[in-house]
Design a protein around this ligand. Structure first.
Ligand code: SAM
Ligand code: DTB
Ligand code: SF4
Length: 327
């Protein structure tokens, strides 16, 4: 590992003990024989985590569809003709009823997602109430509200928020092929604002959007080289949404997805790596390999934001078959 600080993070205070991974070095990991890569990832995993524990977060879409942005993978963009029905910001009571149900099913974190470019102040005030309500239930709270404006991260922190989710989604070099309505740099600004306010970060990306292996390695490098690596790293497999520009993309080789999990585990050894969107289409065996490669968190519950998720009964059975302890 070299100690060269990439341009994007050079101006930010880096922790001197925080190793820097260049994209080429991560690409070299991807190019290891599969068994060597998995072995190394699994060894790293065991150095920092109990390899038999999986953390569960439950998602709720608190404001659905009608988003101004043009993210090419997203069902919620107002620019594409999808079958999605728009829904306004949910009332507080309904959100807390869903949070209670998630807690009863065993989720330790409740994540609320809104289809906004950025939250308006009046909407943010309502989300702050939701955060306080989820915290009062004794759960960890996470929100994903789009790009944060000055002062908003601090308000979320003061309300007790644990995690802010904001994904880089893909490498800087590929970003313009996925999104034109905002920039990769703007997404990084929000990550920095959340970290500076003292929030834990949940930041990752989507694999299978037609990006190259080099792009995948560059995305992981950007995440690993943040001033502090994200505490939680969701690795989403593209869920192709009919009507979006990515609705008809050919499926990715599943081994490439596993390699991405393994590389994420090696370069962010102390982060929780979440096997995120796309699990419904994955076999139990593929998911087990992802867990072996270092994934130790999932979204748990019947729905993601606008698409389905693996059934809770299927997940519970898989945990039992693999002797995994779910927290
Ligand atoms: N609007 C906010 C934003 O863009 O950050 C929050 C909601 S947005 C839907 C949250 C994340 O969901 C995206 O950054 C992306 O990583 C993921 N996502 C959305 N649609 C997806 C899809 N079809 N397949 C996989 N992941 C998806
Ligand atoms: C994340 O990385 N994945 C979640 C969560 N953070 C907000 C969202 C996945 C969305 C999958 C497509 C959908 O349901 O609309
Ligand atoms: Fe809007 Fe977020 Fe979907 Fe982009 S990913 S269209 S910002 S909801």
């Amino acid at each position: 590992m070299s100690q060269v600080v990439p341009e994007t993070t050079a101006s930010i205070q880096m922790d001197a003990s925080h190793p820097v991974w260049k994209a080429e070095e991560i690409l070299a990991l991807y190019e290891l024989p599969f068994m060597d890569l998995l072995w190394r990832a699994h060894e790293t995993h065991r150095q920092h985590f109990d390899a038999n524990v999986i953390q569960r977060s439950t998602l709720l879409s608190i404001k659905t569809g009608g988003c101004s942005e043009d993210c090419g993978y997203c069902a919620q963009s107002a620019r594409y003709e999808t079958s999605l029905e728009r829904e306004r910001l949910m009332p507080l009571d309904d959100v807390l009823t869903a949070a209670r149900a998630a807690k009863e099913k065993g989720a330790s974190r409740f994540c609320m997602g809104a289809a906004w470019k950025s939250p308006k102040e009046a909407d943010l005030d309502k989300v702050l109430e939701m955060v306080r309500g989820v915290k009062a239930l004794g759960m960890e709270a996470c929100v994903t509200l789009g790009m944060l404006q000055a002062g908003q991260a601090e308000k979320l922190k003061a309300a007790g928020l644990d995690y802010y989710n904001h994904n880089l989604d893909t490498a800087r070099e590929f970003y313009a092929q996925v999104v034109q309505s905002h920039t990769h740099e703007e997404r990084l600004d929000t990550l920095h604002a959340a970290q500076q306010a003292g929030l834990n970060l949940c930041a990752g990306g989507i694999i299978g959007m037609g990006e190259s292996r080099k792009n995948r390695a560059a995305l992981l490098s950007e995440l690993a080289c943040l001033p502090k690596p994200p505490e939680s790293v969701p690795i989403n497999h593209l869920v192709p949404i009919p009507g979006t520009p990515m609705g008809e993309l050919p499926p990715l080789d599943p081994f490439e997805f596993i390699r991405t999990i393994a590389a994420a585990r090696i370069v962010m050894p102390t982060s929780w790596v979440r096997l995120s969107a796309g699990r419904m289409e994955m076999s139990d065996e593929l998911q087990a390999l992802c867990f072996f490669a270092g994934a130790n968190s999932i979204f748990y519950g019947e729905a993601l934001l606008t698409t389905g998720n693996a059934d809770v009964s299927r997940d519970d059975a898989l945990f039992t078959r693999l002797g995994l302890k779910a927290i």
